[in-house]
Design a protein around this ligand. Structure first.
Ligand SMILES: C[S@@+](CC[C@H](N)C(=O)[O-])C[C@H]1O[C@@H](n2cnc3c(N)ncnc32)[C@H](O)[C@@H]1O
Length: 216
């Protein structure tokens, strides 16, 4: 499989985000569409997103004749997504860390964007800000735990695409793409660190990153 290191995709949010949240939580539909067509060409392939958010991966999977599966912790988001999908019964309002307890089948492709945490924050998004799990180290530890479960959820030789951005806040730099890659490389082989250039980009967001892994 030839995976390019850099591509250009349109920056366009085709499906509007619901009023209860902000548009920036969604990635453009062009991103999951590119990876689903390239890495899961078979119709009815099972496409998984354990951090489903506003459901972009799931909506595109269904549009392309694939079968979406997803997990989302935030009940309002989860119910909003499930309410619009034909495969609503494949969407679980739960914690991705419990994916092995949800009776999910093995997946053909994962395209996901985990919650991003900058180093200088204490609020850990994976625990809804619980102070017992504050800080970047606790966040990375939990992401590693979830990635281990994700690898077991994927079929042999399947691909997993992790979307992430490095974060800059004043003088504090968070190399999130590198850190997530190092965690995932414990379980799957890294095949590419792709740069996705946005056509029609917002001035402060010209490109993003997708890490492509293959399961053994
Ligand atoms: C960056 S957003 C995903 C956006 C998505 N790619 C889209 O286009 O709509 C990450 C999502 O992960 C969810 N999340 C955070 N912790 C979670 C957990 N432990 N299990 C499942 N979902 C979680 C957040 O509520 C958020 O909606």
């Amino acid at each position: 499989m030839d995976i390019p290191l850099s591509i250009t995709l349109p920056w366009q949010q085709e499906q509007p985000a619901p009023a209860f949240t902000e548009d920036t939580d969604k990635f453009p539909e062009s991103l999951p569409r590119y990876f689903i067509e390239k890495l899961a060409p078979q119709k009815n392939a099972r496409i998984f997103d354990p951090f489903m958010g506003l459901g972009t991966t799931g909506f595109v999977a269904e549009e392309l004749g694939r079968t979406p599966y997803g997990i989302e912790h935030d009940r309002m988001r989860c119910e909003w997504v499930a309410g619009q999908l034909e495969h609503w019964m494949n969407i679980q309002c739960d914690d991705a860390a419990d994916m092995d307890k949800l009776g999910l089948p093995k997946m053909d492709l994962c395209v996901t964007s985990p919650p991003f945490m900058p180093k200088h924050h204490k609020w850990n998004p994976l625990y809804g800000g619980d102070p017992d799990y504050a800080g970047y180290d606790a966040y990375l530890k939990r992401m590693g735990f979830i990635f281990g479960k994700l690898a077991k959820q994927m079929k042999r030789n399947s691909f997993t695409v992790i979307h992430a951005d490095n974060l800059t806040h004043g003088t504090v730099y968070t190399p999130l793409v590198r850190d997530l890659s190092l965690l995932m490389e414990r379980f799957m082989a890294l095949k590419a660190e792709m740069i996705i250039n946005w056509d029609n980009a917002k001035p402060d967001y010209p490109h993003t990153h997708c890490l492509v892994f293959k399961n053994a």
